[in-house]
Structure formats: C-alpha cells, structure tokens
Write a protein that binds this ligand. Structure first.
Ligand code: ADP
Ligand code: DP6
Length: 368
C-alpha cells in the first residue's frame, strides 16, 4: 500500500437571497422542480461560510453549525446532500462540514439558501469536482430549492421550466448587484422571532394540497414576475414596490388558507406591514414595499433617499429588535480549495473524470 491520501478540503461563501416572487410548491420532489418561476435579490453582508473536509478514515459525516454539533435533521440533510456529491465525484469518503451563518439560522432569513449554496460550492470543490456556477446552482437546489438562486449575485430568476426531466429548470443571473445601487432592503428583525419547526420545502406541499387559493396564485404569478423584472430593469421604484407588496400578500394568503393554516408572522410583523401601507398612503406615493419569507422578519425595500423617513416610521413600531440596511450583493465564491491539478470535471448524469490540465484551461475560457 502507498501512503495514506491527504484529506480534501475547500471553503466557500454564499449569501442568502430574498424572493420578490416566491417559490412555494414543488411539482416533482425527486428532481426538485417548482410549480412556478421565482425571482430574488441576493443580499450583501449576510453570509454563510462553509468548509468541507473529506477524510479517508472518517466513518460518518459530521456537521458543525455555528460552532455546535448540528441537530440530527440538519446533519441528515447535509449527509444526503453529500451522498449526491460523492456519487458525482466517485468518492466514498465521509466529511466534516463546518459552517457558520453570520445571522440567525432558521428564522426566515434564508439560512437554508445560503447554507446549501455554500455547501454545494465547498463540497463540489473539496471532492475534486470542477463545476461551473450553473452546475453548482443545480446541485444546491437539491439541498434547498431557493439555494439555487444564491449561487448568483444581484437579481436572479429561477426558471421553473416545463420539461419532465427538469433539464430546463435553472437559475439565471438577470442583472448584476450594481444595477440599482440606490435600492435598499431594510430588514426589520422582529424580537423573539420563532424558529421554524417545519422546513419550507415540506410546508409548501401542504399548501399545494389544501389551499383553495393556490391554483389562482399559479395563474397570476407569471405576469407579476414579468412586471417585477421590468420594473427593476427600469429602476422604477414606483412600479416595483406595489408589485412586491401584491406578491407578498398573495404568498401570505396561500399560507394562511393552508389546512392547517401556516402563519409565520408575529403581531410585530403585522404592525410593520401596516406601517409601510400607512407610510405609502400618507406620502401619496409608493415609498416602500414589504416582503417576508416563511418567518417573522420583514424586508422593506425603499430607495436610499427615503431610508430616513422609512426608518422614522418603523421606529415607532413596537417589538423590532434591530434594523439591517442591506443592498444587492455578490454571488457564491470559492474561498479556498484543492489545487487545480486535483480537480475533476463533472460529466452529465453525475459521474466524473480527471481532465488534463490543458483541456481544463480550454474549458474554463479566458480570464479564469
Ligand atoms: P431559513 O428561513 O433560515 O432558511 P429553514 O427552516 O427553511 O429556515 O431552513 C433552516 C435549516 O437549513 C436549518 O435547520 C438547517 O437544516 C439548514 N441550514 C441552515 N444553515 C445551514 C448551513 N450553514 N449549513 C447547512 N445547513 C444549514
Ligand atoms: C418562502 O427553498 O427555503 O423563502 O428547501 O425547506 O429550504 P427549503 O425551502 P426553501 O423555500 C423557500 C420559500 C420562500 C420563498 C423563496 O425563497 O422563493
């Protein structure tokens, strides 16, 4: 026998995204295919950093999340995800996954999106796979649907696609983060926000099965998505904010009409929604647009010039613990990885082979 092979390690960072058009409902759970296309903004400042270390002697996968041993469900989800990567890379080794979110986990700030985008990037690189962003995004989707959007920065559309094999289901960066520098997402962090008991991926299927409003929502979403993307292209806050509110209300409506009802908001969250509506009414124009995911915190979009007025009206709302003023941010990035000589290139249908260095350089194209 030769010398024991060294561990393979890589670190990757990714940020959460906030959906302006929500993904809520899966048409194929095995392939992770959504019913409707969605649209999001990747956020700056919030981030997950994940280091994956595959080791030849390890017998089980281990997750250390925010410095603590991961809960059994979170560890199992990571293990299932790594099984997929191991199959793609033909690598039998188990791994240690060390991950830190610099914001609250499982509270509606999309830690699952940044968490699985970061895990996809780190695990792929550590296993020796040399995947382009489109493949990292596709892989991330199997950990958490919305994670496929966090591979990219700025404004991102996740195309639901219509083919049964899912080959046209993909996330696409539509506009870079720098497209609209004046746009601000003021996140109102709600004090005592409850931690989610049920993953969104499960909760949304109850909506599909039981909400009488769900079919109508599916009919409405495509036109709203086009209008939202067009408003962003034109940098038109006046068009965008009412549409963002309309979409959020549609999402909340299908959640609340689910049996049993899904209610992610607290009294404080509802007061924030009311304060934004009131601000828009009294100022005689849509100064802000609120949205929330499956959690109590509320994201309020506004323009930088209106931020002081928005803050002033939200400061009057009882129960907000903190504000975070976020901007559109960058996509996922490899922080450190194995030397390129150890990388493999994924082939279709999940197997991999080593490519000669010169062939890899040709594939990567200029500037890489
Ligand atoms: P959120 O709104 O934060 O996305 P979810 O309940 O949808 O809340 O997802 C939270 C779950 O995502 C956690 O319980 C855990 O299983 C997983 N998760 C969160 N952060 C990470 C991470 N950094 N690495 C791996 N898994 C993570
Ligand atoms: C309301 O993709 O987070 O945030 O697989 O359970 O992590 P999990 O589901 P996830 O669901 C996202 C739901 C949403 C809307 C959205 O981000 O599009």
């Amino acid at each position: 026998m030769g010398e024991r092979e060294p561990a393979r390690r890589a670190s990757y960072e990714a940020s959460p995204n906030i959906a302006l058009v929500k993904y809520w409902g899966v048409r194929d759970t095995a392939l992770g295919l959504p019913y409707n296309s969605s649209f999001s903004v990747t956020l700056d400042r919030l981030k997950t950093r994940t280091t994956v270390t595959f080791e030849p002697d390890r017998t089980e996968d281990e997750l250390l999340l925010n410095g603590e041993v991961g809960a059994p469900a979170a560890t199992a989800a990571v293990g299932r995800f790594l099984d997929r990567v191991r199959a793609m890379a033909s690598l039998p080794w188990r791994a240690t996954v060390r991950s830190t979110n610099n914001f609250q986990t499982a509270s509606g700030l999309a830690s699952s999106a940044s968490g699985f985008a970061a895990l996809a990037g780190a695990a792929a690189a550590a296993s020796g796979l040399d995947l382009p962003p489109s493949e990292i995004s596709r892989l991330a989707r199997f950990g958490s649907g919305s994670a496929c959007r966090s591979t990219y920065g700025g404004f991102v559309r996740w195309h639901a696609g219509s083919l049964p094999d899912g080959s046209d289901c993909r996330a696409e960066p539509v506009l870079p983060a720098e497209h609209w520098p004046e746009l601000v997402d003021l996140v109102a962090l709600v004090a005592n926000a409850p931690t989610k008991g049920v993953r969104s991926a499960l909760a949304m299927q109850t909506t599909v099965e039981t909400s009488p409003q769900y079919t109508r929502r599916l009919e409405e979403v495509p036109a709203r998505l086009e209008a939202i993307e067009a408003a962003i292209r034109r940098r038109s806050a006046e068009e965008l904010f009412p549409l963002v509110i309309e979409e959020c209300d549609s999402f909340r409506n299908v959640c609340e009409s689910t049996e049993p009802s899904l209610d992610y908001l607290t009294a404080t969250s509802r007061r924030i929604l009311g304060a934004v509506r009131e601000l828009n009414r009294t100022s005689g124009r849509p100064m802000a647009g609120y949205t929330h995911d499956a959690g109590a915190h509320v994201h309020v979009f506004t323009l930088e010039e209106d931020l002081p007025k928005l803050r002033a009206s939200l400061r009057k709302v009882e129960g907000i613990s903190r504000f975070l003023a976020l901007k559109p941010g960058p996509g996922g990035r490899l922080v450190s990885g194995p030397p390129t000589g150890q990388r493999l290139v994924a082939r279709r249908r999940g197997t991999a082979r080593a490519l000669p260095r010169r062939a890899r350089a040709a594939r990567a194209g200029p500037g890489k």
